[in-house]
Ligand binder design. Structure first.
Ligand code: G3P
Ligand code: CA
Length: 223
């Protein structure tokens, strides 16, 4: 079972910052997960649509300028990182799971991944995920070799057919909804099962017993 650092290691450092990512790497994660928006054609790493919870700024992220975002404090003096800075920080020490939160992110994400692949990185160094399955479909259409993770919450009707249509590699389920039946149904289609967000040791043990292939956690140290 893979340990995926959620927004870096957000149980220890400000989420989605380079400090958080460095902490996750220090704790030996197999992968790090970050959330991505497009701001003035720059991919930036932040979770919420609004700046208020995680920064000293105000307003909706997609209405702000890139320069304004970069002037903000995302915790402990950290800037809101660009996705490129995340790639350079991870530097192939772990898989990078970029979750496309904002719209119009697929093309920029594919371009950046391909730029790094041209520099010698491999397709296995990345996985792109999203609850926005249209955005995921764009990724696969642009470059079928990029791995994708189809995020779901609850049990959307027909999710397995959609996962197959998308040619997804992983179905990423919520801890609220995972069960042996769900994990088995996904495995029967030769897809992997990852689960978010698993912070309690007893839940980690249960995930292992269910045959889950990877968990997102705020606390890689507990894993
Ligand atoms: O990708 C798993 C998880 O990160 C999805 O939920 O809200 O933490 O982005 P959220
Ligand atoms: Ca996420």
């Amino acid at each position: 079972m893979l340990c995926i650092g959620h927004r870096g290691a957000m149980g220890h450092e400000p989420e989605n910052t380079l400090l958080s990512i460095k902490k996750a790497l220090e704790l030996g994660v197999d992968a790090v997960e970050v959330d991505v928006y497009n701001v003035e054609e720059h991919l930036v790493v932040i979770h919420d649509r609004h700046l208020s919870r995680t920064t000293n700024g105000t307003g909706y992220i997609e209405n702000c300028s890139f320069a304004y975002l970069r002037s903000l404090d995302a915790g402990k003096g950290q800037k809101i990182p660009t996705l490129k800075e995340v790639f350079d920080t991870v530097d192939r020490q772990a898989v990078i799971n970029l979750e496309l939160k904002g719209t119009n992110t697929a093309k920029l994400a594919v371009d950046l991944i391909l730029e790094y692949i041209q520099q010698g990185w491999s397709y296995g160094d990345f996985i792109v995920s999203s609850f926005n399955h249209y955005e995921l479909n764009l990724v696969k259409t642009m470059e079928s070799k990029i791995k994708i993770g189809m995020l779901i919450y609850g049990l959307p009707w027909g999710y397995l057919e959609i996962a197959q249509k998308l040619a997804a590699d992983v179905v990423i389920c919520s801890l609220d909804n995972i069960s042996l039946d769900l994990a088995s149904a996904i495995h029967q289609k030769n897809l992997l099962v990852w689960v978010y967000t698993v912070n309690q040791p007893e839940d980690m043990i249960t995930m292992k017993e269910l045959g889950v292939d990877g968990i997102f956690t705020n606390y890689p140290d507990i894993f």
